[in-house]
Ligand binder design. Structure first.
Ligand code: SAM
Length: 338
């Protein structure tokens, strides 16, 4: 029996609404080499290195939650490829019995160098964030001139055999939303999965608003006017993305993460760990729960897991982005780990 089919050794992590936690997103660093306007301030100060969890601390927490039913781990950041020795972390995580899926979200700037070593260390698939195919627009959105490096990185991921290649795209009205059909064309040409993520109010400053948010429904209509699309019948109920296939059988697909206009909190099975060891029960949480000091106090596994269970029990029923009760978290997306 492959390791990933082994039953969890401990009782599952379940929140007070009966949702089972099966997915953990781990931010491995708050640092980033881009300054995307919707994500991170230009003049951000990085956390001191001693405040970050070590790779061994991350791996210990990962082993613990997997023993309690987590099946999927995604590494993110900040920019995860800026974390030194990231391939070693993949080596530590990829051998955890019961972990069925180990993934990565990256801006792609370092992938040309790291796709091969990461694949060798156990990475199987990758999500690359790419909002535009135009160099000037890239520079405007990411405040860095790095489109060429990202495109090279994507090719390196293809060459390293990482599958599927997913592209994350955040359309913002008036900035890059005119490229939506071109991105659907990229999915068709290259067999990529392009996921459009609705702009969420987690940015620094006050750029977010319903005027610049492009609802997923509008994106589907725009794409369908060029190429008919139909919902993928094989739906993963816990995936934040609703995927659509091209009706003419072309390869690739487009997915829509309509977090604002069609929240999927009822099916949410995720928790998040920040680079400095705080557990968050929702992307939009205003509360977070420290695990780092507990780990460093010498607590044994059962004590740490009990703390995680207690935190999971406080998971919010839903987010309040559109119901007038929304309070923006103190951390920007780059510090939470998207
Ligand atoms: N640096 C990596 C990257 O660029 O993929 C990982 C971290 S980044 C925070 C993860 C994802 O969050 C990216 O796809 C990014 O576009 C998305 N993101 C950041 N801020 C966002 C926002 N305000 N609304 C929607 N998506 C956002």
């Amino acid at each position: 029996m492959p390791d990933s089919d082994l039953p969890a050794a401990r009782a599952p992590l379940t929140d007070s609404f009966g949702r089972r936690i099966e997915s953990l997103r781990i931010s491995v660093t708050d640092r980033c080499d881009l300054r995307c306007v919707y994500c991170i301030p230009e003049d951000i100060a990085w956390l001191p290195r001693a405040q970050l969890l070590s790779l061994e601390e991350i791996a210990r927490l990962a082993r613990l939650v997997v023993s309690a039913g987590v099946k999927k781990i995604r590494l993110t950041g900040g920019e995860p490829l800026l974390r030194r020795d990231l391939p070693h972390l993949f080596e530590l995580l990829s051998v955890i019995p019961g972990l069925a899926d180990l993934a990565l979200t990256t801006n792609g700037t370092q992938l040309a160098r790291l796709a091969g070593p990461l694949a060798d260390a156990g990475l199987r698939r990758v999500n690359v964030s790419l909002d535009t195919l135009d160099r000037a627009t890239f520079e405007k959105m990411a405040r860095r001139d790095a489109l060429g490096r990202v495109l090279e990185g994507i090719e390196a991921a293809v060459a390293a055999g990482l599958r599927p290649i997913r592209i994350n795209n955040v359309p913002i009205r008036g900035l890059n939303d005119h490229e939506v059909v071109a991105f659907a064309g990229l999915a068709r040409e290259r067999g990529f999965e392009v996921r459009f993520i609705e702009f969420m109010p987690l940015e620094h400053g006050r750029r977010w608003g319903t005027d610049v948010l492009v609802p997923g429904k509008e994106l589907r209509e725009r794409i369908a006017a060029h190429w008919p699309i139909e919902p993928d019948p094989h739906l993963d109920p816990h995936s934040p993305s609703r995927d659509w296939l091209f009706a003419d059988g072309a390869p690739g697909r487009v997915g829509f993460i309509d977090s604002v206009t069609q929240p999927f909190c009822g099916a949410c099975n995720r928790i998040r760990l920040t680079a400095d060891g705080k557990l968050r029960t929702c992307l939009f949480s205003v509360r977070e729960h420290d695990l780092r000091d507990l780990l460093r106090s010498g607590a044994d596994d059962e004590v740490v897991l009990e703390r995680i269970r207690a935190v999971v029990a406080t998971k919010e029923l839903k987010h309040h982005v559109t119901d007038g009760l929304y309070v923006k978290p103190e951390r920007t997306m780059s510090r939470i780990g998207g």
